[in-house]
Structure formats: structure tokens, C-alpha cells
Design a protein around this ligand. Structure first.
Ligand SMILES: [Zn+2]
Length: 122
């Protein structure tokens, strides 16, 4: 059996500290903690991390395309994909989120999934 190189994880599998309420789940509050499913490295994300996301990716074009193939289009005003490499195991990781404006200057960020490569070469 061939091992899939990029796996999809739901937010509750890899994040702690997300908010849930009536009509929403996996919402970013002030901060949340991401646990790399490969090595358990922890990364703290703040609401500002998503707010300041500029759309840039550190992935090569070929890798970005592989991740794009697995990234769905969400029903959201805006959609983001946070690309980074795990600092400990090097796994390429993409966090898919939606951004919806709430009021004049406030945004709500709801996480959809994390795509995690098998290793640094994925
Ligand atoms: Zn890792």
C-alpha cells in the first residue's frame, strides 16, 4: 500500500484552544496552539498571525501546486492558506482558513484543515 505523501488533518486533531459556538467551530480566538502531527512540535498562532497573513508562500511552485490540488474552495468572503515548514521535522504544512468580516474592522478566522507532508521532501 502506498503511503499518501500529504495528509489532511481536521482542526481538532492538530489544534488546541480553538473556539466553538452556535453556528461555528474551529474559530481562532486570541491564540491557539498547533501541534505538528509528525513530531509534536508546538507552534502558537495568534489572531494577528492570520490577520497579518499576506498571501505569500515559502513553498516552491511545484510543492505549492501539490498542496493546491488538495485545497478546497471554501464558502467564505476570503480564503487563506498559511504555508510553513515545521521547524523541528521539516514537514511542509498548510493551514487552510476562511476569513469573514464581522463589523467594520474585525475579522473572524475559522480553520478548515491542516495539510501536512510526510517529510521535508514532500
Ligand atoms: Zn514537525
Amino acid at each position: 500500500m502506498q503511503k499518501r505523501l500529504i495528509e489532511q488533518f481536521s482542526p481538532d486533531q492538530v489544534f488546541h484552544g480553538l473556539l466553538a459556538g452556535e453556528g461555528f467551530s474551529s474559530r481562532v480566538g486570541a491564540a491557539c496552539i498547533y501541534h505538528c502531527p509528525r513530531c509534536r512540535h508546538r507552534i502558537r498562532f495568534r489572531w494577528q498571525s492570520f490577520y497579518q497573513w499576506d498571501g505569500a508562500s515559502c513553498f516552491t511552485r511545484a510543492r505549492r501546486r501539490r498542496f493546491d490540488d488538495m485545497t478546497p474552495a471554501l464558502a467564505a468572503e476570503e480564503q487563506g492558506a498559511f504555508d510553513f515548514f515545521c521547524p523541528t521535522c521539516g514537514a511542509p504544512t498548510r493551514i487552510i482558513f476562511s476569513a469573514n468580516r464581522q463589523g467594520i474592522a474585525a475579522y473572524q478566522f475559522d480553520l478548515y484543515a491542516a495539510l501536512v507532508g510526510a517529510g521535508a521532501l514532500t
